[in-house]
Design a protein around this ligand. Structure first.
Ligand code: HEM
Length: 321
């Protein structure tokens, strides 16, 4: 009897482990190889021309992928416009007046629908476009896993709860990433995405006026275009990486070591805490940063995908079918 129950327990545990690993295990690099063989070569030129038009857009697309994956998994929920039955994620704290690049995703979707109608999800398109953006701006390349399906709903409250705020402390940042199954090491690698793109004054005002862990001449420069009074100049932009905001490199980490992080949350990664040594190492070693970033992007892309017969393949990324 004892033997029987321990055997049953072992079988159940195995089944449970298989179940746990099953959703991301269904993603694969060759998912569309017969149903849409030209997928990758259809997406990249659209991303390339969008970046040729405006270099910042690559950063904006990369951020869309992060915000989508942190809100109930990488399921393109972020791309849905508001409807009468739900309020979308575009109006959440982190996305409102901030998330951009949706028109580029629409353009890619149109091109992909022309090549292979009804086959490729918006969630996978976003995954590919984020990778292509990083590559085009000079960052690492990696093979994307595909096979995600699209959500039929969105959640503004989950977006508000899960996406970290720029006012976060190191421990708050760690807990938001840990809630998504990402380690603090993966978090620091992923935060290196702030080597590209821009932030609004409202996101960094507190850091440049109130914090002491900031280079004083850098703070002064940033204050020049971000007034102290909240409500004035809120949307004025500054580069997240003051040196090369349209090149994907390791300057973000060099800035942190020099106390020139733009966001409070950026500087938290190098502020005398447990992540200092990793930041210093990336600041000296771009190739380690590149390989850790690529691995962490793959891991982030594995967050709770819809696979099999869950969700749908949307026809228009802004609307459920
Ligand atoms: C560690 C926690 C993070 C926090 C607190 C954070 C916060 C922010 C904030 C506040 C902005 C500026 C938004 C604005 O002012 O409009 C921003 C921009 C950006 N974030 Fe993050 N972020 C984090 C991690 C990440 C990750 C993991 C990625 C991608 C892998 C990412 C990619 C970006 C990019 C590329 C931009 C620039 C977007 C553009 O120029 O349109 N961030 N982030």
């Amino acid at each position: 009897m004892a033997e029987y129950s321990s055997l049953t327990f072992a079988t159940l545990s195995l089944a449970y482990l298989l179940l746990l690993g099953s959703s991301s295990a269904q993603l694969s690099t060759n998912f569309y190889s017969s149903s849409c063989p030209k997928l990758l070569s259809t997406v990249k030129p659209v991303v390339q021309s969008a970046i040729n038009n405006e270099k910042r857009i690559g950063a904006s697309i990369l951020r869309l992928f992060f915000h989508d994956c942190f809100t109930n998994g990488c399921d393109a929920s972020l791309l849905l416009d508001d409807t009468s039955s739900f309020t979308g994620e575009k109006g959440s704290n982190a996305n409102k007046n901030s998330a951009r690049g949706f028109e580029v995703i629409d353009k890619i979707k149109t091109a992909v629908e022309n090549a292979c109608p009804g086959v490729v999800s918006c969630a996978d398109i976003l995954t590919i476009a984020a990778r292509d953006s990083v590559v085009i701006l000079g960052g690492p390349n990696w093979n994307v896993k595909l096979g995600r399906r699209d959500a039929r709903t969105a959640s503004i409250s989950v977006a508000n709860n899960n996406i970290p705020a720029p006012t976060s402390s190191l421990s708050q940042l760690m807990s938001k990433f840990s809630a998504q199954g990402l380690s603090s090491k993966e978090m620091v690698a992923l935060a290196g995405a702030h080597t590209i793109g821009q932030a609004r004054c409202t996101s960094f005002r507190g850091h440049i006026y109130n914090d002491t862990d900031i280079d004083s001449s850098f703070a002064k420069t940033r204050q020049g275009s971000c007034p102290k009074a909240s409500g004035s100049g809120d949307n004025n932009l500054a580069p997240l990486d003051l040196q090369t905001p349209t090149t994907f490199d390791n300057n973000y980490f060099k800035n942190l070591v020099n106390k020139k992080g733009l966001l409070h949350s950026d500087q938290q990664l190098f502020d005398g805490g447990s992540t200092d040594s990793q930041v210093r190492s990336y600041s000296n070693n771009p190739s380690t940063f590149f390989s850790d970033f690529a691995a962490a992007m793959i891991k982030m892309g594995d967050i709770s995908p819809l696979t099999g017969s869950s969700g749908e393949i949307r026809k228009n990324c802004r609307k459920t079918n």
